[in-house]
Write a protein that binds this ligand. Structure first.
Ligand SMILES: NC(=O)C1=CN([C@@H]2O[C@H](COP(=O)(O)OP(=O)(O)OC[C@H]3O[C@@H](n4cnc5c(N)ncnc54)[C@H](OP(=O)(O)O)[C@@H]3O)[C@@H](O)[C@H]2O)C=CC1
Ligand SMILES: N[C@@H](CC=O)C(=O)O
Ligand code: NA
Length: 429
């Protein structure tokens, strides 16, 4: 008997998934055993790029998750509600869930996975992070015997696409964002991409898998790319860096009791493996013991790439349904019980890049150096780069410093008579 899918959502990812599942030739033979039984949408009159018989498409999503004939609910609608409630209802009804919804999983993962474990069903989320890149299953399976030290990723395709085009073509932010939306990369509300929230959802999920505990999404510091200007991209290039929006999860202290989990635009030296990841591509660099460094690379968004991840999850569940294991396979299920301790961003120790606009007076650089020194901030380089109108532009790169100390120094510098403003503060990897 075919395994019946109830797909919620027929937008970019839903359409890509239906297309893939309808074109089985040359793909895994288990796909033959899958039937697209119901597809839930908001509008019945909207044009669709895939053909489905009228009885398959419905606006009654509740009916899908309550239908005893449905084996797997594939949630591709996005958003927090009603996605959360529909997934929980499906689970309560004994259905497996495949989802691409990082926003819901990063916030309601504890509730959803607890319910799934109680019901003895799987919740699969390969599409939720890194689009088509296999990263969830590798962290759960192939890499899980390692002790993970660091996960650093370019995990948002939209912002990487925007930064790349700003860098290579000098394009304007708003024009490139519009292109990313047309290409189906951006979220329904692109604020989630631009402000680093989508990357925050994704690094929370990766941190949970890599560091084996739950992550409270509200503890994850998120800073997006709105403040990254063409000027900073140009100065960074002169200093030998590119700017990337990174999601970073790492142990903060020697006894490994606290994690730092964060998202921010970051200066990355041009010879770093993440520096050459451009356009909609994503990459996740995992460092662990004993494996060392592993980098997973591929298309991070878009219909086809994401469909590949969704379909592979469906296939894994179909394969599990074909075997008669009495208990869920622990390598596919989630068993976290405790929350990881996340340190505030002020405790982070990192290098910084800062750009100052100052009045063109003698001794400004000396005053900056003295103030930084008072807070234990040592400077790697200080360059007076040019002028903006009457104001001199000074760019500083620090050595490693505790973020809280750096911010205190900046607050004092901000108050100096000779300093007009500090237009950019970026972290350096
Ligand atoms: N786009 C991408 O590249 C990627 C997206 N994702 C994730 O995949 C999910 C889907 O994204 P995407 O395909 O881009 O989104 P779209 O906005 O393109 O599609 C959403 C679909 O869900 C349907 N839908 C939304 N809300 C409701 C509702 N309340 N009731 C009924 N139907 C509803 C819409 O119906 P209708 O068509 O009738 O409007 C539409 O078909 C999101 O969680 C996203 O974060 C993950 C990886 C990559
Ligand atoms: N909006 C997201 C889509 C994939 O998760 C992105 O741009 O990465
Ligand atoms: Na993925």
């Amino acid at each position: 008997m075919a395994v019946k899918l109830g797909i919620l959502g027929l937008g970019t990812v839903g359409t890509g998934t239906v297309e893939l599942l309808q074109d089985k030739l040359g793909r895994h033979p288990l796909l033959q055993e899958i039937e697209i039984y119901r597809v839930g949408v908001r509008s019945l009159t909207k044009h669709r790029d895939v053909e489905l018989s009228p009885e398959v498409i419905t606006t009654d999503l509740e009916a899908i998750v309550n239908d005893p004939a449905v084996d797997i609910v594939v949630e591709l609608m996005g958003g927090l509600e009603p996605a959360r409630t529909l997934m929980l209802t499906a689970i309560k009804n004994g259905k497996h869930v495949v989802t691409a919804n990082k926003a819901a999983i990063s916030r309601f993962g504890a509730e959803i996975f607890t319910a799934a474990n109680e019901a003895g069903v799987y919740v699969m989320l390969e599409a939720a992070v890194g689009g088509g890149i296999p990263v969830i299953q590798p962290l759960k399976q192939s890499l899980s015997v390692n002790r993970i030290d660091t996960i650093i990723g370019i995990v948002n395709g939209t912002t990487n696409y925007i930064l790349t085009r700003m860098q290579t073509e000098g394009s304007d932010f708003d024009d490139v964002l519009a292109d990313a939306q047309k290409l189906g990369y951006a979220e329904a509300d692109p604020t989630a991409d631009v402000d680093g929230l989508d990357a925050g959802d994704k690094i929370s999920i990766l941190a949970s898998l890599g560091f084996d505990g739950r992550i409270n999404r509200d503890d994850v510091y998120c800073e997006g790319i709105r403040q990254v200007t063409k000027t900073d991209i140009a100065y960074s290039a002169k200093l030998g860096f590119v700017i990337k929006l990174l999601g970073i999860a790492q142990h903060l202290d020697i006894d490994n009791s606290q994690l730092s989990v964060r998202v921010h635009p970051t200066l990355v030296t041009t010879n770093h493996p993440l520096a050459s990841i451009n356009g909609v591509y994503n990459a996740i660099l995992v460092e662990g013991q004993p494996i060392g460094q592993v980098m997973l690379f591929g298309p991070g968004a878009g219909a086809g790439a994401t469909a590949s991840a969704v379909a592979s999850d469906i296939l894994n569940v179909v394969a599990a349904l074909k075997t008669t294991t009495p208990k869920p396979n622990p390598l596919l299920a989630c068993s976290h019980q405790h929350y990881c301790q996340i340190a505030p961003i002020s405790e982070l120790v990192t290098r910084f890049y800062a750009r100052f606009l100052s009045k063109d007076q003698a001794g400004v650089i000396g005053k900056l150096g003295t103030c930084f020194g008072n807070y234990g901030v040592s400077l790697e380089s200080v360059v007076q780069t040019g002028f903006q109108g009457e104001l001199a532009e000074i760019v500083v790169v620090t050595h490693d410093v505790r973020e809280g100390d750096f911010r205190q120094a900046l607050a004092e510098i901000q108050g100096m008579e000779s300093i007009d403003s500090i237009p950019s503060i970026l972290r350096v990897l």
